[in-house]
Design a protein around this ligand. Sequence first.
Ligand code: TPP
Ligand code: MG
Length: 650
Amino acid sequence: MNQREVFDKENIKAGLSNTLLTNSIIPKMKSIKLTVAQATIEFLKNQFSERDGVEQPFFAGCFGIFGHGNLAGLGQALQQSPDFRYYLVRNEQAAVHTAAGYAKMKNRLSTMVCISSIGPGATNMITAAAGATINRLPVLLLPGDIFAGRQVAPVLQQLESATSQDFSVNDCFKPVSKYWDRINRPEQIITALPEVMRVLTSPADTGAVTLCIPQDVQAEAFEFPVDLFGKRVWHIPRLRPDLNALMRAVKMIRSATQPMIIAGGGVIYSEAEEALKKFVHKTGIPVAETFAGKGALPYNDPHNLGAAGATGTEGANIISKEADVVIGIGTRYSDFTTASKTAFQNGMVKFININIAEFDAYKHSGLALTGDAKMIMEGLTEELGTYKVGEAYRKRVADYNKSWDEKVAIAYHAEEKEIPSQSEVIGAVNDYANPEDVVLSAAGSLPGDLHKLWRSEDSKSFHLEYGYSCMGYEISGGLGAKMACPEREIYIMLGDGGYLMMPSEIITSLQEGYKLTIILINNHGFASIGGLSKSIGSEGFGTRYLYRDRKSGKLEGDPLPVDLAKNAESLGAKVFKTTDIASFNEALEKAKKEERTTVIYIETVPERKMAGYGYAWWDVPIAEVSTSETVRKAYENYKEQKKNQRYYLD
Ligand SMILES: Cc1ncc(C[n+]2csc(CCOP(=O)(O)OP(=O)(O)O)c2C)c(N)n1
Ligand SMILES: [Mg+2]
């Protein structure tokens, strides 16, 4: 046998095709004939991430719903790859939320793939893709796409255009994706897939990545080089900052009298909690936390001021107002964090922004410390030497920490009324849950109340999707959190509005045996937006779940006869319908013993809500002219508040 024959024989034994072998005696590259879909799955299952020596598969499987646009392509490929598990979900949007919830719990080192058919299945994913990108969470979307071959156009669910045959609904993913591509020829995946991985595993660039694969291309076979399918480890870097920038930051901190830290999600994603604690304990610089950063320090650390911004604590907001140097760590400074640019009122305030993304590091004309939060905190701790804030400042912060916790205790155990308030429900869950259990929420009045009130001891115990605040994230995102951390109890807290938006993944949680504990708070409508509507003078217009009143023609009739508890039961959940805090506490005990997804239903009064504290404000524009007296009054107040807004330009 000559060399060529030996090589061919080995290839055939290994199941590889030899049709691409060239006439040269030693061929350059082995190949294997696979469909584009098969090759894509084969590639994805061989991708790993590594940070600090810990290696893990980057994709834990695939969520999806089949249709004519992916059944014969990706569907067939998944069927013949049972080691890459396929999870049937109920809604494509939910699938992407679940993947994002999973990635958040995994500190972005692992995620899931989401596949859809063409048309509505694909566009259902757009909402949650935006959520993932805004929250800087990696998710990979593989929507089916219309025939690249075009001969059969228009296919079922195809958007036609008279100006181009190159449009499909998948073009709508472009602004919400950190990388977007369409595969019109099989060999394009050879260069597209590594780009997909580069972006997904980049701590600075990550978000939703969309790879559209037309339904005909998915099923088309090609001789792919076998090297495409070798194991690849994506090393997640811990980038050190520029030394000059670090020294400038040291100088700025040393000259500060009232510095403070705004801890964002980046602290937790970088696993910089310990480094932050050391820095804070050594220097005495206090910390206020964003929604994504809550838990970066334990709630009872005397340096912890608690929630920052519009939903902030009294201490956090007073200290923010006075701070002369604000050290933002892993924060994108959303309007909730900056109280719509009114939080930082010191005329001399300067920002130091520690962020892996240059984009965030330069915000507020800050001193950009671009790099990994853990590395930078360690560097700053060392370089600052013996620097400390004054004792009086440290004591003031510790007093705020204590006095806030007294407020929390009162809110947790408000005097018993017939119908409890939301803060009592939060208190009951917090009192019952273990420190490593997770509270998870996304929209409505719960996020603000939880931000203020939840006592976090573990940095992964507070899971709020408050970048996109997407009603519907709660149950689907909770499923992802449970899949990532099955050892933790997941307490999903959501309102009736959020529940009605997407209860469907209760079924998926049962199908897969992942237990969720869902706290369903019914206040017959939108307490949050209803309250906001009142604050802008519109009296809660269109925010209650009530019958239309025949006489007035308005939505102010009797409550609708919807039974959400029965609804959850009909989907297969174990339901405890509770009426007061005592029965709610009993249900928490019983729910803990359940092995399947459980819903604890309770009604609360929408009116008794947590107030804003300190200088909390949120900019929601009010009609400049109106026929309503209450709106006109609200506008006058709004004009006053607007005067506190600042640009941070030097
Ligand atoms: C998908 C989506 N649509 C609309 C909104 C705007 N919005 C924010 S909170 C809210 C009401 C939420 O109602 P519910 O879940 O019952 O919570 P509650 O306000 O009663 O606490 C609405 C409509 C949103 N955040 N997400
Ligand atoms: Mg509600």
